[in-house]
Design a binder for this molecule. Sequence first.
Ligand code: GUN
Length: 303
Amino acid sequence: MQTQAPAPITLIDGKQTAEDIKVEIAAAVAARRAAGLRVPHLAAILVGHDGGSETYVRNKVLACERVGFQSTLLRYEDDLSEATLLAKVAELNADPEIDGFIVQLPLPAHINPDKVIEAIAPEKDVDGFHPMNMGRMVAGLPALLPATPSGIVELLRRQGIKTSGQHCVVIGRSNIVGSPVSILLAKNLDTANCTVTLCHSRTQNLAAICRSADIIVAAIGRPEFLTADMVRPGAVVIDVGTTRVADPSKKSGYALKGDVHFAEVAPLASAITPVPGGVGPMTIAMLLLNTLRAASGEIYPKA
Ligand code: GUN
């Protein structure tokens, strides 16, 4: 009897896909320049010295340079007051030279992130976190969409992964990833049309639900949480986790770990994103795309 060789696993290359998007954005920037328009300008506010946040913000600024955007990084110490941060947000809202800006999360415990996010002008909210953008997204109206969720949808689309009618299980209900990606993947759009199950810390029979998934999005922030017993052979696995775990063998002293136990799950999956090099670079590419949209007035026409 002949045994059939297992189908090769597709490693979903988020780094390359993000590069492709950045080339498209750079061309749009060149076209704006040629038309005598200002290049898009992104500002980022970073409070404190969280190692992960410093890396993310540095990568966002570098990505701006790469596509020809102007960028401004505003750094503050941990003891920055909420009132001073809100005043800075108001200043950026009013600055005609700034097309969009982000406030990197998490913020120190004495600052209420919801208050800060609500203070950002929706037309400059290139993270897509403001309730106006969230609400418009839910209603299916044009909106600045949150970067990681829209990056996941775009990655699936560009990879040619079928979503229509597929059962997608999202693990994690954060405002940044789990909740919005569950909404986007359920939309009646060619890029979505999934049947979505949103799982969280109180979900019962999580492993069984995951085993019924065609697509799993793991976004819980617990390293190597998704193990082989939770994955149906042939499933598509999207790993959103990026937890720093001590690793003395690395120069930096840490390794980035996803929410998926890659060594166990990859041989089962039909396609899987690596960490790093999967969803992370897509988040940055979609942030740049939102900034281009904010600059062009595509979602909220300029006055
Ligand atoms: N912290 C983790 N992810 C994000 C993000 O996409 N935007 C901001 N502003 N902070 C984050």
